[in-house]
Ligand binder design. Structure first.
Ligand SMILES: *Cc1c(COP(=O)(O)O)cnc(C)c1O
Length: 360
């Protein structure tokens, strides 16, 4: 029996997708072998990666002047790869709204010049900078954002207004495919797969074509987005099983009605959980400002931190796992990605209500 897995990542995947992968593991489509065992150059895998790209384009409405890349290295590697590819001897602006954008900013400084356009660290990353707090360089090579801060539970629903012609770059690792986004507003989107898409190891990069071809001369070929785009993500062996599984997830989301339908389900799940926190009379608390509370990652604390262990123990008895908060924030964190069922969220809310009634 499967648990309710609230882990921030690697995270829960849709059961029907895992069942398909299981059924196809020894013998994919009558080929007598698994996807993992076949050449990435053969027509079978070529079909898998092409279908995955086409389905992702449909799901996200990706315009034709954008390349879709299936790469490796985790989002962390792309903290460095983005400036390697896009800085072109200039400076980039970073909006720091949590641990991940802070790491991206630090990594960019190793590659070239990066400027802090705003930071909410003084507020312990519990909100987003107001328009008046954003100090953008009109000559910046790009503006980098993390549109969902996985650790702090801060999601950007409105994009900052940036100077004309400066492309937005977004780390969407923990909320890609959770709702529709207007891809044309971005120069580059990147996301590690293991939060909402598939197995760790795969990274999706969506990049506007005119931004390609400006990589630092020392950029290794496998890290050059233009070279990877030229080779259909197959300069070398791509993470074939990850691409296959992501492709199954894309089909699953399309069958659910696409991202508009997925968003409605996510809004309903998030509301259940935030309502339970708000209705607890302070027993549970989420520190994030209302307009930017993440629909994917919901950190919350118990009024008495000494009860954390009991709470986690009772959660485990009910097969609710992965709820311990990130060490930098403490308390709890419930990650309620696409594949978390409403039943899972209801089970968590049930525990929270029971527990508070007994311990308050
Ligand atoms: C998990 C995460 C990362 C890091 O991903 P790795 O695959 O471990 O490199 C980066 N950014 C965000 C927003 C994340 O949630």
């Amino acid at each position: 029996m499967r648990i309710f897995n609230f882990s921030a990542g690697p995270a829960v995947l849709p059961t029907p997708v895992l069942e398909t992968a299981r059924d196809e593991l020894l013998d994919w489509h009558g080929r007598g072998m698994s996807i993992m065992e076949m050449s990435h150059r053969g027509k079978d895998f070529t079909g898998v990666i092409e279908t995955a790209e086409a389905d992702l384009r449909t799901l996200m409405g990706i315009p034709s002047n954008y390349k879709v890349l299936f790469l490796q290295g985790g989002a962390t590697q792309h903290f460095a790869q983005v400036p390697m590819n896009l800085l072109a001897g200039r400076s980039a602006d970073y909006v720091v709204t949590g641990s991940w954008s802070k790491k991206a900013f630090k990594e960019a400084q190793r590659i070239g010049t990066a400027r802090l356009a705003a930071s909410t660290e003084a507020d312990h990353f519990t909100g987003l900078p107001g328009a008046g707090e954003l100090d953008f360089d009109p000559r910046a090579a790009y503006v980098h954002l993390c549109t969902n801060e996985t650790i702090h539970g801060v999601e950007m629903f409105d994009l900052p207004v940036v100077p004309d012609g400066v492309p937005l770059v977004a780390d969407m690792s923990s909320h890609i495919l959770s709702r529709p986004v207007d891809v044309s507003k971005f120069g580059l989107i990147y996301a590690g797969a293991q939060k909402n898409v598939g197995p760790a190891g795969l990274v999706i990069v969506i990049v506007r074509e005119d931004l390609l071809g400006k990589a630092l001369p020392t950029t290794p070929s496998v890290m050059d987005y233009a070279v990877m785009a030229e080779h259909g993500s197959m300069l070398n062996t791509p993470p074939t099983f990850g691409v296959y599984l992501a492709g199954l997830v894309f089909k699953h989301l399309l069958a659910q009605g696409g991202l508009a339908a997925v968003e409605q389900a996510n809004i309903a799940k998030a509301r259940l959980l935030y309502d339970a926190i708000e209705a607890s009379g302070g027993f549970y608390r989420n520190p994030v400002a209302l307009p930017c509370r993440s629909r994917m990652n919901v950190p919350f604390t118990l009024a008495d931190g000494a009860l954390d262990r009991d709470f986690l123990a009772e959660a485990a008895e009910r097969r609710l796992e992965g709820l311990k908060g990130h060490k930098s924030v403490g308390g709890m964190r419930a990650s309620i990605y696409n594949a978390m069922s409403p039943d899972g969220v209801r089970a968590l809310v049930g525990l929270m209500q029971d527990f508070a009634a007994r311990k308050a």
